[in-house]
Design a protein around this ligand. Structure first.
Ligand code: PLP
Length: 399
């Protein structure tokens, strides 16, 4: 058996192909972002049309109107949340950095520049650029830069139940004068699709408000339908101050939206330079904007938020039924089309990933967690094939 990484040259829906014609089911949608599968003809056509018209225009000296249209579309989906202003960047890590900078700038505008610390949750992944690593709490990523990051990072264990809320209350009460922001993933991707106890995020957002600490919800992975709703934090009843959407927003084209409340954005106006002082050459990239505009309409028109929740529940049930939590498998969890199988060790997980590849299925891993995030457009027969091949592969490794 050839165990090299597959060299894929073509994609079609949930499938990827090598030059030899060998076919793989893409169980992770590229890097969790091809929500409409590979080479979706209408998405490609929309982007191609933009490509033929105007590839890029500087958003500082001129405007094409496209980023503004995308910002409006996002705001329309967040009515009654207070999240009104969208700032566009390219990657998820850039989005996290922009969000952190907004929170820091908010504190400066409020006359509290000493509030510099960012509280994040153990095992959280928020990106691997230098600023984003302040929030990321994974030794594997952070070790090389610890002296720099430690000065700005605080971490809390993931809550096991609502009984953990008093610990947060104590943290905020004791460190109120140092904390600039709290950042969480409403569903923790790399920590095995870890979900918060019911009501936790809402309670945390209430607590953060009490201390005027912006709550940043990183929905780079779980947002835009992946977990079954447009905005997972809002679905959990929370009132975040800043939300970051990325992967499924562009469906493979690079675009990230950082959405902030009027209160956060208005605070900048109290400063002598009434701006969020930030921007990149590719901010509001037109190809990414065009893809995002198409995708947001598509998800609504095809009722994708509902179908993702249903398809995910079915896939989870199927895998749970067929894969006993024994022989190295500790647990299987999922929310929407965001699933994880947790193994007793990272070695067992790596073996399962390799076996899945041999069975024609591509999956991701993070430590002991094998990750699945198929396209929203996956058909029942394809989902069944995915589950069957994956379960067969994992069973094979444990025998
Ligand atoms: C929750 C979360 N935040 C941030 C990032 C970083 O995004 P990017 O890889 O686009 O920089 C990721 C990437 O997987 C992520 O899952």
């Amino acid at each position: 058996m050839d165990d090299r990484r597959p060299r894929v040259v073509r994609g079609d829906g949930v499938f990827l192909y090598e030059e030899t014609g060998r076919r793989y089911i893409d169980g992770i949608s590229g890097s969790y972002n091809h929500c409409l599968g590979h080479s979706h003809p209408a998405l490609t056509a929309a982007v191609k049309q933009q490509l033929d018209t105007l590839v890029h225009a500087c958003n500082i000296g001129s405007s094409t109107g496209l980023p503004e249209t995308l910002a409006d579309k996002i705001r329309d989906r967040l009515t009654q949340t207070g999240l009104t202003h969208t700032f566009l960047v390219t990657s998820g890590s850039e989005g996290v950095e922009a969000a952190l900078k907004m929170a820091w700038q908010y504190q400066v505008s409020r006359g509290r520049p000493q509030r510099t610390q960012v509280v994040a949750i153990d095992d959280a992944y928020h990106g691997c650029t230098l600023g984003a690593m302040i929030a990321t709490q994974r030794a594997f990523i952070n070790d090389g830069a610890l002296p720099l990051l430690g000065a700005y990072s605080m971490s809390m264990p993931a809550p096991a139940s609502l009984d953990d809320l008093p610990k947060w209350q104590t943290l905020l009460a004791e460190h109120e004068s140092e904390i600039a922001a709290i950042i969480v993933e409403p569903v923790m991707a790399m920590a095995g699709t870890r979900q918060f106890p019911d009501g936790f995020l809402r309670a945390l957002s209430d607590l953060a408000k009490q201390y005027d600490i912006p709550l940043i919800c990183d929905e780079v992975y779980c947002g835009i339908g992946r977990a079954g709703s447009f905005c997972e934090a809002v679905a959990q009843g929370a009132e975040p101050d800043i939300v970051i959407f990325s992967k499924c927003l562009g469906g493979g084209f690079p675009i990230t939206a950082v959405v902030a409340t009027t209160a956060v954005v208005d605070s900048f106006a109290t400063h002598s330079v009434p701006l969020f002082r930030h921007g990149h050459t590719q901010s509001g990239n037109l190809l990414g904007c065009r893809a995002a505009l198409f995708i947001l309409d598509y998800l609504d028109a095809h009722h994708c938020y509902e179908t993702v929740a249903l398809k995910g529940a079915r896939l989870l049930q199927r895998i749970r039924e067929d894969l006993p939590t024994a022989d190295g498998v500790i647990s299987i969890q999922g929310k929407g089309l965001m699933l994880s199988i947790t193994f007793e060790s990272s070695q067992a997980c790596d073996r399962a990933q390799l076996a899945a590849r041999r069975h024609g299925v591509l999956v991701g891993t993070a430590d002991r967690h094998l990750k699945l995030a198929p396209a929203f457009t996956i058909h029942d027969t394809e989902a069944n094939e995915l589950a069957e091949r994956l379960v067969g592969a994992i069973r094979g490794t444990s025998q």
